[in-house]
Design a binder for this molecule. Structure first.
Ligand SMILES: NC(=O)C1=CN([C@@H]2O[C@H](COP(=O)(O)OP(=O)(O)OC[C@H]3O[C@@H](n4cnc5c(N)ncnc54)[C@H](OP(=O)(O)O)[C@@H]3O)[C@@H](O)[C@H]2O)C=CC1
Ligand SMILES: O=C(O)C1=N[C@H](C(=O)O)C[C@H](O)C1
Length: 247
């Protein structure tokens, strides 16, 4: 049995992860930790899963790495700076393993993959992410990651910024830009997690859309990560792609 601890156990994702771990035949829920709880119960875990907040996750991660605890992170907010910091902590803890996934849903991983493949063929690329009204961060971690892979592919293909003739606009009307890609964040009660990637070229558009209609959509990926993280090379892995057999 894989002994699992959950950080953020009383949150929307944390509750679903606890249920999933309790129901799976090969995992055992041994620790549930939330805001204000001591972290010591996590010491007996084979894997700790973190779904907390942008403001909390770095302290949690550092504690786990320093105490030799393997971590699977779903919490968003990991830009290059944070990833570099995590790598530096791991460098001082040989054999430590951390898997950070911007999105655990298989469909969302494929959406990002398809977007990266399409990016070099189109002049324009924009991202619209749509989430429930209680989401704390904007843009979403998935949108940031998608913009990053699109930006990388566009740069590699020698494409500049998307054409944009706007000369007069109210602040925010064109969203924000990440790696030269416009990102628009929509927050609406009733939604879960959704994203459209729009590409445009000569007389045609391509829209790649993914919808998480329920938090259950993230659970196969979370279980895959819990089961597979020990098989990954020591250090930091970003995304569940290697566990899905995607290079
Ligand atoms: N990678 C993925 O596939 C997915 C990622 N996410 C991300 O997961 C994160 C959590 O989302 P969600 O569950 O909706 O958020 P919630 O706000 O519902 O849950 C977060 C929980 O973490 C608790 N918490 C805050 N600080 C700490 C701490 N220091 N230690 C332990 N627990 C703490 C919160 O307590 P309190 O409310 O008291 O602050 C709350 O119970 C977000 O960053 C979200 O973007 C979400 C879905 C999928
Ligand atoms: O907060 C959420 O709900 C989600 N957060 C992640 C993100 O920021 O991309 C993953 C998914 O979009 C759901």
């Amino acid at each position: 049995m894989i002994k699992v601890g959950v950080l953020g156990a009383r949150g929307r994702m944390g509750r679903t992860v606890c249920e999933t771990v309790q129901e799976a035949p090969d995992t055992e829920l041994v620790a549930q930790v939330d805001q204000g709880d001591p972290l010591d119960p996590l010491l007996g875990c084979d894997v700790v899963v973190d779904f907390t907040h942008v403001a909390a996750v770095m302290d949690n991660l550092r504690w786990c790495i320093e105490h030799g605890v393997t971590v699977v992170v779903g919490t968003s907010g990991f830009g290059d700076d944070r990833l570099a910091e995590v790598r530096s902590w791991l460098a001082a803890a040989p054999g430590g393993r951390v898997l950070i996934a911007p999105n655990f849903s298989v469909g969302a991983v494929l959406m990002m993959r398809f977007a990266a493949q399409a990016a070099r063929f189109f002049d324009s690329a924009e991202i619209i992410e749509l989430h429930h009204a209680n989401k704390m961060d904007a843009p979403s971690g998935t949108a940031l990651r998608t913009a990053s892979v699109i930006g990388e592919a566009r740069a590699k293909a020698g494409l500049g910024a998307s054409p944009d003739a706007t000369k007069q606009e109210l602040p925010g009307a064109r969203g924000t830009t990440v790696d030269d890609v416009h990102v628009h964040s929509v927050r609406v009660a009733g939604l879960v997690a959704h994203q459209e990637v729009l590409f445009g070229g000569h007389g045609e558009t391509l829209t790649i859309r993914h919808d998480s209609l329920d938090r259950a959509s993230f659970m196969p990926g979370v279980l895959l990560a819990v089961r597979g993280v020990a098989s990954l090379p020591a250090g930091l892995t970003v995304g569940i792609e290697p566990l899905l057999g995607l290079d």
